[in-house]
Design a protein around this ligand. Structure first.
Ligand code: SF4
Length: 699
């Protein structure tokens, strides 16, 4: 069965090979994003769907079982806390709890999290149910933890939050800049295109506090001190302006704000920034000249840029760099925030965001509000809703009373996880729709067993804005059901008159309110497998490279925004002298719910580790494999030490996929004021060796 990979935003096309109702192997197809290539997750990461932990019948919390933040429920045996229920009983209970809160406290006491792993159609239904059924815009998803700040900066400066060109355009570039991203682990097939580009003669600059595999292919590895991106990027722009390497014609005709930026950058010479960021001034000048002299250059960035309280500022600098040099809108040029989840782009496009309806139409804009009231035949709230972290805070304070969570795992993925777990316990009513008993589902009142990726049809939008079709290969196990069906059944029970008969009819409705995909038909997707939006009219080819003739801002011009240095929220001190940063491992995805149940992947990376530098290991007397305790102001975890040359002194790196040592128990929830994204890439911690683990939860 021809389908897609469910893991990262690259969107590799693949073929499932089946025997009965089991996937026995997977091979890559010649899709536009992967050209037959797959990484280890796409090739070996599918047997999670056959795992014995799959939820196969609806569950409801047993009477009298309390919700305790530090509770542990064996995902293989949920019956200590839950009992099986029929679908009717579970759906009635789930909907009745939501409806009661709506009647007693109003819609603002409710919220919903959708899923960036689900299809566009599922995301659209969740946000529509929250807006038209709950009566609130309190709907969000993990984009808030991923590229919310990048989108805020892109919307502000060039009027659109999506990439301007696909990552495969890297093969037409002379210079690639990869900033705050680790694509060989997080977007491995995209990384192969970057390596191809270098082999064909392109120069590559990698900028990241952690060393990484891609540096073997790079001409420059800028390993700046954590949290100093603005200093580095302002220094590069200083040189580009001072040495007249900017594109004067482009700046004059396409942008606003140059003079203000020029004056601002006078204070940011490489010599004055060098000590702050830890990079020699000469290197900063060489890199600035390399980028400034390029005929075609692309910038790729990841969560190392976005997950800071100054994440929006970081992205503003990258955008200014590209606008100053006219590196947008032509082959081999562009701005590309590498999107994390397989469908985080599509879930955002479909309206799973508290401030905007589908296609990024602001909920506070009277004309968009009027359009959607008429389109959906409902009275809508025009107040932007709360974001992921704000919803947790609201639940913690007792204002948020009920939640519907489809496929998200905030108890693992959100910062300051103890606080989040307490917030989930505080809810009067929590409904979770998922394929496993996640760390979040432990706190649910009702759990609805859903379908895994290979068990459903749907459209998914990759990091390139490419809408692709995923096809059902298998039936869901036991009494698990299609996600769109579950959402519709809840919606009906809270008073909505929905009659969709499957993903195709939902997609048809979406085309009617999303001009960007209006020209993409379901039949065409089935035939061609992928169409890139914007595709406004049936028959349009789709538009991979955009903004060659101006930006979708009111005057068609891009904005250059000067940015000052803001220190991280929590800097190291005597008690917590090291910096903690988080991310992923190649073999595990996100909170590990799927990949830790995929046999090959879990055997490759079976246990929680933290990476530290050889210098810190020597100083602290830690040998490889030793147990260490990592403590922040918010929590403590215990796990094994891995000593890596790529980790700079003073830094601790911990992936967030390990539930037995959940790093988000340590992280800081302080938000970027524009994107409302937490500072997951920087907080201060203390590290010490221990004899044996004390606090780790059982697996
Ligand atoms: Fe899947 Fe991403 Fe790997 Fe492709 S690169 S196989 S989409 S995880």
């Amino acid at each position: 069965v021809e389908s897609l990979c469910p893991y990262c935003g690259v969107g590799c096309q693949l073929t499932y090979q089946l025997e009965g109702n089991r996937i026995i192997s997977v091979v890559g197809r010649d899709g536009p994003a992967n050209r037959g290539r797959l990484c280890v997750k796409g090739r070996f990461g599918f047997d999670y769907i056959h795992h014995s932990h799959r939820l196969i019948s609806p569950l409801v919390r047993k009477d009298g079982v309390p919700k305790l933040a530090e509770d542990y429920v064996d995902p293989g045996n949920p019956y200590t806390h839950f009992r099986e229920a029929t679908w009717d009983e579970a759906l009635d209970l789930a909907a009745a709890g939501l409806a009661r809160i709506r009647e007693q406290h109003g819609g603002q006491a409710l919220s919903g999290f959708g899923c960036a792993k689900g299809s566009n159609e599922e995301a659209y239904l969740v946000q529509k149910m929250v807006r038209t059924g709950f009566g609130t815009n309190n709907v969000d998803h993990c984009t808030r933890l991923c590229h919310a700040s990048s989108v805020a900066a892109l919307m502000e400066t060039i009027g659109s939050g999506a990439v301007t060109a696909p990552f495969s355009e890297s093969v037409n570039a002379d210079v690639l800049m990869v900033v705050g991203a680790n694509p060989t682990e997080n977007h491995p097939v995209a990384a192969t295109f970057f390596k191809n580009a270098v082999k064909a003669g392109a120069k590559m600059v990698v900028m990241d506090p952690r060393g990484q595999t891609l540096k073997r292919h790079a001409d420059y590895m800028i390993q700046n001190k954590p949290g100093t991106d603005v200093a580095v990027l302002n220094a590069l722009m200083h040189v580009i302006v001072q040495e007249n390497l900017y594109d004067e014609e482009y700046v004059q005709s396409r942008t606003d704000g140059f003079e203000e930026l020029r004056v601002h950058l006078l204070d940011y010479s490489p010599e004055s920034m060098s000590e702050h960021c830890g990079i020699p001034a000469g290197i900063l000048r060489e890199v600035a000249r390399l980028y400034g002299n390029a005929e075609r250059a692309m910038i790729f960035w990841g969560m190392g840029v976005s997950q800071h309280i100054h994440g929006t500022d970081n992205a503003r600098c990258l955008i200014s760099l590209a606008l100053l040099t006219g590196q947008v809108g032509r082959p081999g040029t562009g701005l590309h925030p590498l999107r994390g989840q397989n469908n985080v782009q599509g879930a955002s496009d479909s309206g799973l965001i508290p401030m905007v309806y589908p296609d990024y139409q602001p909920v506070s804009d009277p004309s968009a509000h009027a359009f959607f009231e008429e389109f959906w035949g409902a009275t809508l709230n025009s107040e932007p809703g709360l974001t992921v972290v704000e919803i947790a805070d609201s639940a913690h304070e007792g204002r948020m009373k009920g939640m519907y969570v489809m496929g998200e795992n905030p108890a693992m993925s959100d910062p300051n996880a103890s606080h989040v777990r307490e917030a989930l316990c505080n809810l009067e009513h929590l409904v979770v729709q998922d394929i496993f008993l996640t760390e979040t589902a432990v706190y649910a009142d009702v759990i609805l067993p859903a379908s895994a990726f290979p068990e459903k049809d749907g459209t998914f939008t990759n990091t390139d804005r490419r809408v692709q079709i995923g096809r059902q290969a298998l039936d869901p196990p036991g009494d698990a059901r299609q996600d769109w069906w579950i959402v519709q059944e809840i919606a009906r029970r809270i008073g909505l008159d929905w009659n969709y008969d499957g993903p195709r009819s939902i997609f048809e409705e979406m085309r009617g309110c999303m001009p960007s995909i209006a020209g993409i038909t379901w039949d065409r997707l089935c035939e061609e497998g992928a169409v890139t939006y914007p595709c406004r009219n049936v028959g349009d080819p789709g538009d991979p490279i955009i903004f060659g003739d101006g930006f979708p801002t009111p005057d068609g011009r891009g904005k250059l925004i000067p940015v000052n240095i803001i220190p991280p929220d929590e800097v190291p001190d005597e008690d917590f002298p090291m910096v903690l940063t988080t991310g992923r491992h190649l073999e595990h995805w996100h909170t590990g719910v799927m990949t830790r149940r995929a046999r090959v992947l879990d055997e490759l990376e079976p246990e929680a580790v933290c990476e530290i530098s050889p210098a810190d290991a020597r100083r602290l007397g830690i040998v490889p494999g030793a147990w260490v305790r990592v403590t922040s102001r918010r929590g403590v975890i215990e796990l094994k030490a891995r000593i890596t040359g790529s980790t700079p002194e003073g830094l601790v790196f911990i992936p967030f996929c390990y539930s037995e040592a959940a790093v988000n128990l340590l992280t800081n929830a302080k938000l970027d004021p524009f994107g409302k994204i937490p500072e997951l890439k920087f907080c201060s911690v203390r590290l010490e060796e221990i004899d044996f683990p004390r606090v780790s939860a059982p697996q």
